[in-house]
Design a binder for this molecule. Structure first.
Ligand SMILES: NC(=O)c1ccc[n+]([C@@H]2O[C@H](COP(=O)([O-])OP(=O)(O)OC[C@H]3O[C@@H](n4cnc5c(N)ncnc54)[C@H](O)[C@@H]3O)[C@@H](O)[C@H]2O)c1
Ligand SMILES: O=C[C@H](O)CS(=O)(=O)O
Length: 491
């Protein structure tokens, strides 16, 4: 499989003529190659988008939405095929891959509906016979930069609202997962989106990403990825006074109170900590447990972890797939070493899986630490792998304080049957997403998605809030009095 750029409705290799292999993390084998672009390709894509956007913005929003309905139907038709490719390219197990494609389908229909709403406001004027309103106007060319862990869902969270609002898109997907970008571009092509409204440029962040962050005709950057890269992008956008939406890492926690349903909490922890091999921004990487139920939780958690099968995500019964590449494997293991050196107790895992059945792939055993303190590195930094840590507390107040003590603020959860505790946690947990009696993962696409503190810069993906990123408010006054009326003049 050869993955090319998609620019102005045409499939083309980069002018660089360079390709790199696409690696299946389950076995280390190449499943194709992808073109590696440079600044010239970006220039071409941005000019195409700029030309196309002018006409696209004039198409009425309900008509723009019709393309998204078609996109939703095509995604639905190809759900299984795309999900299988997603597992081969990124490694997540097939049931999760199907779930990710479903997120894209849901987002298509949801955002298509927004084409018939795209609400503005009417507001009474201060003056007689004068009408005042505000409308959402498209911004122009928007640049999307996305990670490899949700290579299709996150692209739909961003591109669908951008397009329905009348913008044109230039997208730089992660170089690890270009096949998903190709699938989405093919679907837009087949759905009849006019040429140039949706463009994909593959390449390295430091070249392609930076060059369109710097580009004067790209008016908005919507980025999802690591904190380090997000901060760099924000600095550049700041210099150019460019609007930027950042969705970055997390250090999410599940709080288990002494009145919790422990079996339910264990089920949620298993799913949130080890699903997608812990490579979710919302992954549960801290378990903050009331000391009275700590031992019970540890025992049941270990029992549940023993039932987890690690392997190729396409195989029946596999619950935990590989991590994305060798670099990720080394980074995860490094954090495990730090955890041990800083005095945490390793209860399970802590090693790479290298038996014959895992040959060539990038597999890490689901790992559980206990006796972790909030100051330890493994309790503060994003590991992005199947590693989670138990921190013991003595009260709800302490649990909330520990939850809030990290630099990130994406998702948190509490297990309790006490309505006072649940509502107090809902109010005081300093994260963009709070779950009561559910794990930290599993966001629904019609609610805003994003976080506080180091997780972002106040914008949100998903839900109607996504439209705030891709539109600008325009206030309009219509004076039908037939005379010049002046506001702000005292007569
Ligand atoms: N908050 C969220 O919504 C959310 C969702 C998923 C993943 N994430 C985060 O993403 C991270 C994992 O993804 P990753 O490893 O792909 O992140 P990353 O930051 O390394 O890369 C993200 C994207 O940025 C590009 N990039 C890299 N350097 C760049 C530069 N200098 N200029 C412009 N673009 C550049 C990459 O090529 C890629 O497309 C984790 O930190 C995870 O928490 C956040
Ligand atoms: O990052 C994308 C995921 O869908 C978010 S969640 O883990 O499902 O909440």
């Amino acid at each position: 499989m050869k993955v090319l750029n998609y620019i102005d409705g045409r499939w083309m290799p980069s002018v660089s003529e360079q390709f790199v292999p696409i690696i299946n993390p389950a076995n280390g084998q190449s499943i194709g190659e992808v073109t590696v672009s440079n600044e010239q390709d970006v220039e071409q894509a941005v000019s195409a988008a700029k030309r196309a956007q002018k006409a696209w913005a004039l198409v009425p929003a309900p008509k723009r939405a019709e393309v998204l309905y078609k996109v939703g139907m095509l995604l639905q038709e190809r759900k299984e095929q795309i999900a299988r490719l997603l597992t081969m390219e990124m490694g997540k197990v097939i049931e999760e891959a199907r779930g990710e494609v479903q997120e894209g389908i849901d987002m298509a229909f949801y955002m298509a509906g927004e084409g018939r709403r795209l609400f503005g406001d009417t507001t009474p004027s201060e003056l007689p016979n004068k009408f005042a309103m505000s409308v959402r106007a498209p911004i122009g060319v928007v640049g999307l930069i996305t990670p490899w862990n949700f290579p299709i869902a996150i692209a739909t969270w961003k591109s669908f609202p951008a397009i329905v609002a009348g913008n044109a898109v230039v997208w730089k997907p992660a170089l690890e997962t270009p096949i998903m970008a190709q699938q989405l571009a093919q679907i837009f092509e087949q759905a009849g989106l006019p040429n140039g409204v949706f463009n994909v440029v593959h390449g390295r962040g430091s070249v392609v990403g930076e060059s369109f962050v710097e580009h004067r005709d790209v008016k908005v950057i919507s980025f999802t990825g690591s904190n380090e890269v997000g901060r760099r992008i924000a600095e550049t956008c700041g210099r150019h006074l460019k609007k930027v939406s950042l969705e970055m890492g997390g250090k999410n926690a599940i709080i288990v109170m002494d009145d919790a349903d422990i079996d339910l909490a264990v089920e949620a922890i298993i799913w949130s900590a080890f699903g997608t091999s812990g490579q979710r921004c919302t992954a549960c990487s801290r378990i903050i447990v009331h000391e009275r139920v700590r031992q019970q939780l540890e025992e049941r958690l270990l029992a549940a972890m023993n039932t987890l099968t690690v392997g190729n995500g396409l195989e029946e019964g596999v619950k935990v797939g590989p991590v994305i590449n060798q670099g990720a494997l080394q980074k995860i293991h490094h954090y495990v070493q730090i955890g041990k050196n800083e005095g945490a107790t390793l209860l399970a895992g802590g090693y790479m899986l290298q038996d014959e059945q895992y040959k060539g792939g990038f597999y890490y055993a689901p790992t559980l630490f206990t006796n972790v303190t909030p100051e330890m590195t493994i309790a503060r930094e994003e590991i992005f792998g199947p590693v989670t840590s138990i921190i013991s507390v003595h009260s709800l107040e302490e649990a909330i304080e520990v939850n809030n003590s990290v630099d990130y603020g994406l998702s948190s959860a509490i297990f309790t049957h006490d309505i006072h505790r649940a509502f107090t946690a809902m109010r005081d947990l300093d994260t963009g997403i709070v779950y009561i009696n559910a794990g930290t993962t599993g966001a629904e696409i019609h609610l805003p998605f994003g976080g506080t503190k180091g997780t972002g810069n106040g914008h949100r993906d998903s839900g109607v809030a996504a439209l705030d990123v891709f539109t600008e408010w325009k206030s309009i006054y219509v004076d039908y009095s037939g005379k010049l009326q002046r506001a702000q003049i005292d007569v």
